[in-house]
Ligand binder design. Structure first.
Ligand code: GDP
Ligand code: MG
Length: 299
């Protein structure tokens, strides 16, 4: 690792309440989908690392599960702990707030947990009028000692992202290039694939089902003869009746999960993908630290 005089680098943790748009932001920052996004809270289960290289800096972003007080079960508690750890590791903290639900109780809880001042990002500005943004910035003044800067963005529309990157670089310490330029995440391909599949489960099922589902890629290899990637993955649920719901009437739901995931995976690898999914029951896995770890989630 070479440190030049003014190269900047470090960890930038993206934290906030559930569902504010943290994973959407890390995907747009690194320019590739590395983190699952859904309209449901608590989609992200791990700290996901995403790297952005500039000519004079390397930003190592950490997407995190939403921080909230009411974490339930071993899985839920492990998720919040992963976020707290990411706060401790951070050279710079980006605290994200949803402009539609600003400074709610969960936001106040996260603000109170900040170990040092953060860059405050108001996300989803595409949903509100410009005048509202000003009033939110004014409201943030009451926490002036908690924030270094305040920036409005829309992660979904990639609006304000360059500003956010430039602002973040200002607060990074002088440091080396920790990761090679071609690396954008520390997660293995198998994990990224399992997350894309899990994202579809989040988008296509309701109530407690997505929260009781894990996805594990069993086999992943390139079939050179046929010029495609073959993937065999298992969707784990907690109960027999959940299995039926994931499969759906005439297998329709599982078919949709598979075909939506396949399209995303093909985009990432730029090649045809054969994806085979199984659904299996692992009773009470969300309460078993051994299984949570085995499935690849924070515990
Ligand atoms: P996380 O739980 O904080 O990681 O949030 P996600 O990234 O999973 O996003 C939660 C929901 O908010 C998803 O439905 C996203 O599409 C949506 N979302 C994220 N950013 C924006 C934004 O800038 N504008 C709008 N309108 N929706 C957004
Ligand atoms: Mg997320």
């Amino acid at each position: 690792m070479k440190t030049t005089d003014n190269f900047r680098s470090g960890f930038v943790s993206i934290v906030g309440s559930p569902n504010v748009g943290k994973s959407t932001l890390i995907n747009v920052l690194v320019g590739r989908k590395i983190s699952a996004v859904s309209e449901k809270p608590n989609t992200t289960r791990n700290r996901i690392l995403g790297i952005k290289n500039l000519s004079g800096a390397q930003l190592i972003f950490l997407d995190t599960p939403g921080i909230h007080r009411a974490a339930k079960g071993s899985l839920g508690k492990g998720m919040v702990q992963a976020s707290m750890a990411a706060l401790g590791e951070a050279d710079v903290i980006i605290l994200m707030i949803d402009v539609k639900f600003p400074f709610n109780r969960q936001d106040l809880y996260v603000i109170q947990k900040l170990p040092k001042p953060a860059i405050l990002v108001f996300n989803k500005i595409d949903l509100i009028k410009k005048s509202m943004i000003l009033s939110l910035i004014n409201q943030s003044q009451q926490f002036h000692d908690k924030f270094l800067e305040v920036l409005p963005i829309s992660a979904l529309q990639a609006d304000g992202i360059d500003d956010l990157i430039q602002t973040t670089v200002k607060y990074l310490p002088i440091g080396p290039k920790y990761f090679p330029e071609d690396m954008i995440t520390d997660r293995p391909e198998r994990f990224l694939i399992s997350e894309l599949i899990r994202e579809k489960v989040f988008n296509l099922t309701r109530e407690e089902i997505p929260y009781r589902t894990a996805v594990v890629v069993d086999e992943f290899y390139e079939d050179d003869e046929k010029n495609l990637i073959k993937i065999y993955a298992v969707i784990y649920v907690e109960r027999e009746n959940h299995k039926g719901i994931i499969i759906g009437k005439n297998g329709q739901t599982l078919k949709k999960i598979g075909s939506f995931a396949r399209v995303d995976i093909e985009k990432i690898f730029g090649t045809k993908v054969f994806l085979k999914l199984w659904v299996k029951v692992k009773e009470r896995w969300t309460d078993r630290a051994d299984l949570i770890g085995e499935f690849g989630y924070s515990r």
